[in-house]
Design a protein around this ligand. Structure first.
Ligand SMILES: Cc1cc2nc3c(=O)[nH]c(=O)nc-3n(C[C@H](O)[C@H](O)[C@H](O)COP(=O)(O)OP(=O)(O)OC[C@H]3O[C@@H](n4cnc5c(N)ncnc54)[C@H](O)[C@@H]3O)c2cc1C
Length: 540
C-alpha cells in the first residue's frame, strides 16, 4: 500500500466498519478500512471447520434484521450474492420423553404457532399470537429505534430509555411495570406452559438477555416478540453477507485492506489525524477516524490514556463484557439430520430452523444459565441447534447434513487455555450423549466429524472481548443513551474527528449494521453532507 491520505479511515472491517465505509464512500469521501484479520466481516462468518464441503455458521446464524437493514436495500446486496431464505418452522423445543414439541412458525403461519402451543394451553397460544401480532404491527417503531442514534436526555425527557421502554409496553398492551421485571418473571407471568417457558427462556438468552436480572423486561420482550422467529438463513453461508457488503463498498470507491492491524490512532493537537499500522506505516485522515474495534482497545490501547481525560479513561475501563451473554459453538458433520422422538406429534420439529434440545423443563434452562453466569461449564449440555442443509443444499455434500449449535457458556477469562482445550476435547461428546435421548439417531456412527469453538477462540480470533457476542453486556446502564457510556453515546468521542462505530454502540450487537449506519449519520451531520440516505418510505 502506498502512503496515502484519506478523508476517512475506519479501524476494523467488521460489518459495522464496512457499513460506515460504504456509506461514506457513496457520499463521495475517500475512505479506507483497515482490518487485522485475513478476511472481512468478523462474526459474519462461515467455516468449513468439520470436514470438506460442510459449512458451519459458527458465529452469526440468524439474519433477523434483513428486512429493516438500510445497507441491504440501499446497496442492493441481493444482486451481490447476499440472498436469504425464511424457513417456515422457525423455533422449536423437543423433549426426551417424546412429548409434543412446541414449534413457532414464521410470520405467514401464526395460525400454526397457535395450533402448536394449543396442544398444551389455548390461553398461552392466544397470548403468544396476540403479542407477536402486536409486535409485527409496530415493526416500524422498532426499526426506527434500531437505525436512529439513541435519543439523548434533555429537560423535557430526562430518561428517554425509560420512555421508549414504556412505549413498548403500551404497544404490547402490557402493564408498565413489566419493563422493569426480569425476563424470567415476565415469561412466567405471561405463560403457564412449562414447555413454552423453557423455549422462551432460551430465546431471551439468545439475545443476550440474562434471565434473572431485574430491569430486562423490555429487552426480553424485544427478543422474544420482535426479533425471534424473524430469522432468515443466508444462502451459501453467513459469510456471503459480509462479502457482499465489502463488494458494495468497493464498488462505491471504498478501499478495504485485510491483514492490516491498526496499532495506534494518531492524535495531534488534540484531534484524530490518522492511524499507525502494526508494520509502522502511518496513514492520514483529514476528516475523520472511526473505530469498529472493541471499545477498550480503541480508547485505552490505540488512543492511549495519555490522550484521554480521566473520566473517559475510567469509563472505558469500567465497560463490561459478558458474562450473561457468552456463547460456545459446536459444528457437526452428519450423515442424517436429527430425527426427534417428539416428531411423532408434529413432524415439523425435524425441519425447524432453530431447535432447542437437551432441556425438558424451564428449571433445566435456568440451572444451565446460572452455571454459565457464575463461571461454571454448564452441567446440562443442552443447545440451540440448526441444520442449514435442510433448506440450502450448499451447506453439505449431497445427502449429508451440517449441524451447528450454541451453548450458553461462561466468559473466556473464567477458564485457563488448558481448561478450554479440555472442554473442546470433551463437551461435544457429552452433548451427543444427551442429544441421543432426544433424537436416537444421533449415534457416534452418524457423526462424520465434529468441531468445538470456545469463548476463548472468539476472544482471540475475532477480538470479541470475553467471547461476548453482544460486544458489551446489554445491561440497563450500557443500553440506549448509556451505551457504551453516557458521554460517548452519540458516536462522537471527546477527541474531535474520532468516532465509534462498533457494536458496543447503540443499538448493540447483532448482524444489524445499526451502529455503523448510525455512526455514519453522525459523521455526515458533522461534515454537513446532504442526507441522501434518508427516504420518505423508511423514515430513518
Ligand atoms: C457465537 C456468536 C453467534 C452470533 N450469532 C448471531 C446471530 O445469529 N444473529 C445476529 O444478528 N448476530 C449474531 N451474533 C452477533 C454478531 O455477529 C456481532 O454482534 C456482530 O457481528 C458484531 O459486529 P461487528 O462485525 O461490527 O463488530 P466486531 O465483531 O467487534 O468486529 C470488529 C472488527 O474489528 C477488527 N479489529 C479488531 N482490532 C483491530 C485492530 N487493531 N486493527 C484492525 N482491525 C481490528 C476485528 O478483527 C473485527 O473484524 C453472534 C456472535 C457470536 C460471537
Amino acid at each position: 500500500m502506498s502512503t496515502k491520505e484519506y478523508d476517512g479511515i475506519i479501524v476494523g472491517g467488521g460489518h459495522n466498519g464496512i457499513t460506515l465505509g460504504a456509506y461514506a464512500a457513496r457520499a463521495g469521501l475517500k475512505v479506507a478500512v483497515f482490518e487485522r484479520r485475513h478476511e472481512e466481516g468478523s462474526a459474519i462468518y462461515t467455516s468449513e471447520c468439520t470436514a470438506p464441503g460442510f459449512l458451519h455458521n459458527l458465529h452469526a446464524q440468524f439474519m433477523e434484521f434483513m428486512d429493516w437493514m438500510p445497507f441491504y436495500q440501499d446497496f442492493e446486496l441481493e444482486k451481490l450474492g447476499a440472498r436469504f431464505l425464511y424457513p417456515k418452522a422457525q423455533a422449536g423445543i423437543t423433549f426426551s420423553d417424546g412429548r409434543p414439541p412446541i414449534v413457532l412458525y414464521n410470520t405467514e403461519h401464526l395460525d400454526l404457532s397457535h395450533k402448536s402451543i394449543s396442544v398444551y394451553s389455548k390461553q398461552d397460544a392466544d397470548t403468544y399470537v396476540d403479542l407477536r401480532q402486536k409486535a409485527l404491527d409496530s415493526e416500524d417503531a422498532f426499526s426506527m429505534m434500531m437505525y436512529s442514534p439513541p435519543v439523548q436526555p434533555d429537560d423535557e425527557d430526562p430518561d428517554p430509555g425509560n420512555t421508549s421502554a414504556l412505549a413498548y409496553m403500551e404497544i404490547l398492551g402490557l402493564p408498565r411495570h413489566y419493563a422493569k421485571g426480569s425476563a424470567r418473571s415476565l415469561i412466567d407471568h405471561l405463560f403457564e406452559t412449562p414447555e413454552l417457558r423453557a423455549l422462551l427462556y432460551r430465546m431471551s438468552v439468545e439475545w443476550g438477555c440474562p434471565l434473572e436480572m431485574m430491569s430486562f423486561g423490555t429487552v426480553a420482550l424485544l427478543a422474544v416478540f420482535f426479533i425471534s422467529v424473524n430469522w432468515k438463513l443466508m444462502i451459501g453461508g453467513t459469510h456471503n453477507l459480509a462479502h457482499a457488503m465489502v463488494m458494495a463498498g468497493v464498488r462505491e470507491g471504498m478501499e478495504f485492506y485485510e491483514s492490516s492491524e491498526v496499532k495506534n490512532i494518531l492524535v495531534k493537537n488534540g484531534r484524530a489525524v490518522g492511524v499507525r499500522l502494526a508494520d509502522g506505516t502511518e496513514v492520514r485522515a483529514s476528516k475523520f477516524v472511526a473505530s469498529n474495534a472493541d471499545l477498550q482497545q480503541t480508547l485505552l490501547g490505540m488512543v492511549g490514556e495519555e490522550n484521554l481525560s480521566p473520566l473517559w479513561g475510567k469509563r472505558a475501563r469500567d465497560f463490561k463484557c459478558g458474562p450473561s451473554c457468552v456463547l460456545a459453538s459446536t459444528g457437526l458433520a452428519l450423515h442424517e439430520a436429527p430425527a426427534y422422538k417428539s416428531a411423532r406429534h408434529n413432524p415439523d420439529i425435524n425441519r425447524t430452523f432453530y431447535t432447542v434440545v437437551g432441556f425438558d423443563t424451564p428449571a433445566e434452562v435456568l440451572e444451565y444459565c446460572r452455571d454459565a453466569e457464575v463461571g461454571r461449564i454448564p452441567g446440562i449440555p443442552g443447545a440451540g441447534t440448526w441444520v442449514n442443509s435442510l433448506w440450502d443444499p450448499t451447506y453439505a455434500p449431497p445427502g449429508k447434513h451440517s449441524l451447528c449449535g450454541w451453548f450458553f457458556f461462561p466468559k473466556a477469562s473464567t477458564h485457563t487455555r488448558a481448561e478450554w482445550e479440555e472442554v473442546r476435547a470433551t463437551y461435544n461428546d457429552r452433548f451427543l450423549e444427551r442429544f441421543r435421548r432426544w433424537a436416537p439417531n444421533m449415534t457416534p456412527d452418524n457423526v462424520i466429524a465434529k468441531y468445538f469453538y470456545t469463548p476463548l477462540d472468539q476472544h482471540e480470533e475475532m477480538r470479541m472481548v470475553e467471547g461476548d457476542f453482544m460486544n458489551g453486556a446489554m445491561r440497563p446502564d450500557q443500553g440506549g443513551h448509556f451505551r457504551p457510556f453516557p458521554e460517548a453515546s452519540n458516536y462522537r468521542t471527546e477527541i474531535p474527528n474520532l468516532y465509534l462505530c462498533g457494536p458496543y454502540m447503540h443499538p448493540g450487537g447483532g448482524a444489524n449494521a445499526g451502529p455503523g449506519y448510525c455512526a455514519f449519520k453522525v459523521v455526515a451531520e458533522d461534515l454537513g453532507l446532504e442526507p441522501f440516505w434518508e427516504t420518505n418510505e423508511r423514515g430513518y
